[in-house]
Design a protein around this ligand. Structure first.
Ligand SMILES: [Zn+2]
Length: 408
């Protein structure tokens, strides 16, 4: 009997334990369901938050262009903000135009680092080879001419003629370029070590000029384009993000303008350290001053749009001084003329870009019509990339020039 009671008691205890366990599980399940509901609610809130809104629904710090009416992201969580690079809103093309521009300039940098020095080297060695071949050829001509003249009755006249021919200032370097050297030089100049041909010989063996000013410009362009792209992507996240990223954007623009001066000034005034240092110091200080000015909060308000455009324009326009200086000094060099033409086009593209940026055309004329595609900031981005590429082409002209003509 005692055993039966014990078994019953044990069963009763187990049932209570099972019931208690079940109760706990039910509570757990309730708790979990509650958590899931909370998460769903949060997700719903997020989803509502990640809707595109109209200009009037924006907080003040995101209100920049009243002619773009819709498709704004406003205070999205960072993850959604970053992922919005793959969705359609009024900043999508602003992000992608400069991101693609960044990759274009990355390719140009690799191209300049890998391909251009080889081309420069091959040009130098080709000139050198041609030069030596012509020296050899002219040596023979000169020796034959000398022997012929000695054997001929008019010995004195012929000798005079050969000497005159060989003593003429055939080497017009450096003014007309190294490619003309082989057609005008004579072996006697090399043999006699006259100044002209010593210069030519040095030039034929000169190493390509340093590339750092061009790489500085390419780095400035890549920095500007990448920062701009990131700024357009994340500035809608919060007021703090907008504040920091817009300042970084102005720093990028300043970096592009400042480094654009470096190839122009360095290669043009390669042999004149005074002007080289003067212009480079001036634009670098100007750039830093602009970055400092952009730290003042009022600088980025819509009211200061024209002041911003004017300040960056002044930086760019100040490049006219070294360009004109270069043109006056070296107008006879074909590379200088070509680089100036590229720089004129660059000025045209940047000028047009800044004008469109400041006037907010075309959306001003048709508000709400260009919200997604074709508004002024997208056009401004395209013109910046085109202008920077034109400046890169000018940079290649400088390399062509200074690979052939350096200082001695
Ligand atoms: Zn932009």
């Amino acid at each position: 009997m005692g055993e039966v009671v014990c078994i019953e008691e044990t069963m009763a205890t187990s049932t209570i334990a099972f019931a208690e366990a079940c109760t706990i599980k039910k509570e757990d399940i309730k708790h979990k369901i509650g958590e899931i509901r909370e998460k769903r609610k949060a997700k719903c809130k997020e989803a509502k938050k990640c809707k595109l809104v109209c200009y009037n629904d924006l907080p003040d710090y995101l209100k920049d262009n009243e002619f773009i009416w819709g498709y704004y992201r406003s205070e999205w969580p960072m993850k959604e903000t970053l992922l919005s690079i793959f969705s359609i809103h009024n900043e999508t093309l602003n992000v992608w135009t400069h991101l693609i521009g960044f990759f274009i300039f990355l390719c140009l940098t690799i191209f300049t680092a890998v391909v251009i020095p080889r081309i420069g080297g091959s040009i130098s060695s080709k000139i050198q080879q041609n030069f030596h071949e012509l020296v050899e050829q002219n040596k023979t001509e000169a020796q034959v001419g000398l022997i012929a003249s000695i054997l001929s009755p008019s010995h004195d006249d012929r000798l005079k003629e050969i000497i005159q021919m060989q003593m003429q200032p055939q080497c017009s370097w450096p003014l007309t370029g190294a490619t003309e050297i082989p057609t005008t030089c004579r072996s006697s100049h090399v043999d006699n070590n006259t100044n002209a041909c010593v210069q030519i010989h040095e030039t034929a063996q000169t190493k390509p000029i340093t590339r750092w000013p061009l790489f500085a410009f390419l780095s400035g362009a890549m920095f500007c384009l990448l920062i701009s792209s990131i700024c357009h992507l994340i500035s809608c996240h919060s007021e703090q993000t907008a504040y920091i990223s817009l300042r970084l954007d102005y720093t990028g623009i300043s970096a592009l303008i400042v480094t654009s001066f470096y190839p122009l000034v360095y290669y043009s005034f390669l042999c004149d350290p005074f002007y080289r240092h003067l212009y480079i110091s001036f634009i670098t200080v100007f750039g830093f001053a602009t970055v400092l000015a952009s730290l003042v909060p009022v600088f980025q308000t819509p009211a200061f749009r024209h002041v911003r455009a004017a300040l960056f324009s002044c930086m760019g326009v100040s490049g006219l001084v070294p360009v004109l200086h270069k043109l006056i000094w070296f107008h006879y060099r074909p590379e200088v003329v070509t680089s100036t033409v590229f720089e004129a086009f660059m000025g045209l593209f940047y000028g047009l870009g800044v004008t469109i940026y400041a006037t907010r055309v075309p959306e001003r004329w048709f508000p709400g019509r260009f919200d997604l595609v074709g508004h002024s900031h997208q056009l401004f981005h395209l013109l910046v990339i085109t202008g920077a590429y034109t400046h890169y082409l000018a940079g290649l002209e400088y390399l062509k020039w200074r690979d052939l003509q350096q200082c001695w």
